[in-house]
Design a protein around this ligand. Structure first.
Ligand code: ATP
Length: 218
């Protein structure tokens, strides 16, 4: 039997700041899918939304603190090293080059993000580079008749089949813990002087506190 290829998942985001919703889902994905690595990839300039509140270096530092000591979770700062918009397709091209043709490369996103996938820059090319792991959410349905729904129906695979496909498939995953935490909520709470304890790691909270990162300047 041939060797099992490396199976690597990439979770892109602003991570402004990273929180337990990101971290717990990364860890659960790694366990559920027997992934060799989950890479959290902070973006630099965001093509699809307003710019992050905190600098690239600060967001990167919070990520480093958050994954310290957790085997299999890594931070990949390639988007921050480029002075250009962070397009997933460019990131995946770079990763594919480094990892080789055999590696099973997967881009992770929530189903709410996937609902707009065909508006992404060069989305067809993304599917020639990676699979999509889509985290489902209770109560969220794709619009019937949409291109995304069609992609889902045509390309869906089971967990046990993932390692057979280096790219091009869609794997829907329902994670046991669905933490309804968002960075937006954390920023709001901090700007109102409220505690964010238990929503993100203490090491990150301490860093935010020391540098007064999300305090409203009046
Ligand atoms: P914001 O509130 O600023 O929009 P966010 O909390 O949604 O931020 P992002 O950095 O935009 O976080 O998300 C990065 C990735 O993590 C995306 O793929 C997103 O779908 C996923 N994600 C965000 N929140 C959660 C959560 N609570 N549980 C699981 N995955 C999440």
């Amino acid at each position: 039997m041939p060797d099992k290829p490396d199976v690597i998942a990439v979770m892109g985001g602003t991570f402004d700041p990273v929180h337990n919703g990101h971290l717990r889902s990364a860890l659960e994905l790694r366990q559920l899918l027997a992934l060799d690595e989950v890479r959290l990839v902070p973006c630099h300039q965001t093509p699809h939304r307003e710019q992050p509140q905190r600098s690239s270096q600060q967001r990167l530092h919070m990520l480093d603190l958050a994954v310290a000591g957790e085997a299999g979770l890594y931070i990949d700062d390639r988007e921050l090293r480029l002075d250009q918009p962070s397009y997933s397709v460019l990131t995946l091209q770079g990763l594919r080059k480094e990892l080789g043709d055999e590696a099973v490369l997967c881009w992770v996103m929530g189903v709410d993000a996937f609902a707009h996938f065909t508006s992404w820059y060069k989305w067809r090319e993304i599917l020639t580079l990676a699979n999509l792991i889509i985290m489902t959410r209770p109560g969220f349905e794709l619009v019937s008749g949409s291109e995304e729904k069609r992609l889902w129906q045509e390309r869906a695979v089971e967990v046990s089949e993932l390692y057979l496909h280096p790219f091009g498939k869609v794997l829907p995953v329902s994670l046991p813990s669905q933490l309804e935490i968002s960075a937006t909520y954390i920023r709001q709470q901090l700007s109102q002087g409220q505690s964010v304890r238990y929503l993100l790691p203490d090491s990150v909270i301490n860093y935010i506190g020391t540098h007064k990162l999300y305090v409203k300047v009046s």
